[in-house]
Design a protein around this ligand. Structure first.
Ligand SMILES: C[S@@+](CC[C@H](N)C(=O)[O-])C[C@H]1O[C@@H](n2cnc3c(N)ncnc32)[C@H](O)[C@@H]1O
Length: 209
């Protein structure tokens, strides 16, 4: 496979990954836009977190981070999602790109046993903003990532929670090295959305253990 040497090329490749056609509101199935995913992956590549690394994509959805990582020379990639339909879509996109060695597994990230090994974890978890009961589910993903003990974690969060998160990560012995900021467009995919699309300020924390 031809090596990708420019961020724009990566963006063009991962643009072809179709988002979930019928996103489920309770699972917050917002797909990361290719412009954001390619920027984050490119930063991760330049920090040495992808090439020849074992990647874990938690809440992988349609697979943008696992597929993008393999396109950039990861050694292996595993994607985990609770939604089988998303996993089928991810498998199809990976196959279409000739990436047959990504392992897509159905499972609840919060219930994962610690048998997974990873050098680098990417996760864009639900933020728990849809249901009161799910508030803080992103923190559950961070705790699980900590149990898996990767070298590096990239995790999406609402920018408004940054101050709280700094302490939360520190208490888990994570060392925050970078905070990437994005304006994340959320299209009108659910009945209760009144605008066609709105932008939400998100941060991606890069943390090492
Ligand atoms: C915001 S979407 C992100 C999808 C994809 N990673 C991306 O960035 O485009 C959150 C994903 O987490 C999945 N998810 C929600 N709760 C989960 C859980 N408890 N365990 C595993 N996956 C979960 C959803 O099905 C959805 O695919």
């Amino acid at each position: 496979m031809k090596k990708i040497t420019r961020k724009k090329h990566l963006e063009m490749r991962i643009q072809s990954i179709p988002p979930h056609p019928k996103p489920k509101v309770e699972l917050e199935q917002y797909s990361t836009p290719s412009v954001i995913a390619s920027d984050l992956l490119w930063n991760a590549l330049s920090l040495g977190d992808i090439e020849n690394k074992d990647i874990l994509d938690l809440g992988c959805g349609c697979g943008i981070f696992s597929i993008g990582s393999m396109l950039l020379g990861a050694k292996s990639a595993t994607g985990i999602d609770i939604d089988n339909e998303s996993l089928d879509l991810a498998r199809r996109s990976a196959d279409d790109m000739g990436l047959y060695n990504i392992n897509y597994i159905e499972g609840d990230v919060l219930d994962l046993e610690d048998e997974f090994n990873a050098d680098t974890i990417f996760q864009n978890p639900p933020f728990g903003s849809q249901k009161r009961a799910d508030r803080g589910i992103d923190l559950g993903f961070v705790k699980k990532a900590c149990d898996i003990s990767p070298d590096v974690l990239y995790s999406f969060h609402m920018a408004s929670t940054e101050e709280f998160l700094v302490n939360f990560y520190q208490n888990l012995s994570f060392n925050i090295t970078h905070v990437f900021r994005y304006s994340f467009p959320i299209a009108k995919i659910y009945e209760f959305h009144t605008d066609e699309s709105r932008n939400v300020d998100v941060i991606v924390i890069r943390a090492t253990l």
